[in-house]
Write a protein that binds this ligand. Structure first.
Ligand code: DX5
Ligand code: ZN
Length: 217
């Protein structure tokens, strides 16, 4: 089944709990929680206290936490304690990738590993058997509302092919950035099965239709 994960970056933060309940009620599977530290990406979003409050207000949601930060090893325990179900960090982060995977796993969370657009697919291959999800960024991380990069589709297809060669049928392949009912079919055809969508869900006049259109992709 495809997973639709609306990104909180496009939600109204003054009523974040209600916003998340709304998209879940309208068919979304996960909540994608974008964390930016002003170092790994040139922007700052939200962090641990906001996730802790949100996960108390909306306890049944699955929190897919996307860490766009330099130091996932130090901060992942705090995100786990705040309610993260899955923690994704970047292969490009200046940290020990294996240590971060092991740390997140030991916290009882699922593990995701993300690639920026400039990072070749091959760099994630050694880690595929160790993670639950590969995240292929379809924009440069840092900001919502950017244009989808269709040239990332071959990277999705390459990771999907490699996962099948490695007998990793369960590996989730997530795409993030500029995903909408108009762009989701391309990445779905390439092998993605988890779709992060900020503006195209929270900004839609009919959120239910936006989510179900992407599901159909
Ligand atoms: C970008 C974030 C995305 C972003 C997606 O750095 O990781 O999750 O919020 O937003 P849209 O769907 O608007 O491109
Ligand atoms: Zn994200």
């Amino acid at each position: 089944m495809n997973i639709i994960a609306p990104s909180i970056l496009a939600a109204d933060f003054s009523k974040l709990g209600e916003e998340c309940l709304d998209v879940l009620e309208k068919g979304a599977q996960w909540i994608h929680f974008d964390v930016m530290d002003g170092h790994f990406v040139p922007n700052i979003s939200v962090g641990i206290p906001v996730l802790a409050s949100l996960s108390k207000a909306v306890p049944d949601a699955f929190y897919d936490v996307h860490l766009m930060i330099d130091d996932p090893v130090t901060y992942s325990p705090d995100f786990a304690a705040a309610g993260a179900d899955l923690i994704t960090f970047h292969l490009e982060a200046p940290c020990d990738t294996m240590a971060a995977i092991e740390k997140i796993r030991a916290l009882g969370c699922r593990v995701g590993l993300a690639l920026k657009p400039g990072t070749p697919a091959e760099e994630i291959y050694p880690y595929l058997p160790l993670v639950d999800m590969a995240l292929v960024m379809t924009v440069e991380p840092g900001f919502g509302g950017q244009k989808f990069m269709a040239d990332m589709c071959p990277k999705v297809a390459a990771i999907k092919a490699r996962a099948l060669e490695l007998d990793l049928a369960e590996l989730i392949i997530q795409v993030d950035g500029g995903i909408a009912p108009s762009t989701a079919p391309q990445v779905a055809a390439a092998g993605a099965n988890c779709f992060v969508a900020g503006s195209s869900v929270f900004g839609a006049a009919d959120r239910r239709a936006a989510i179900s259109d992407m599901q159909k992709a």
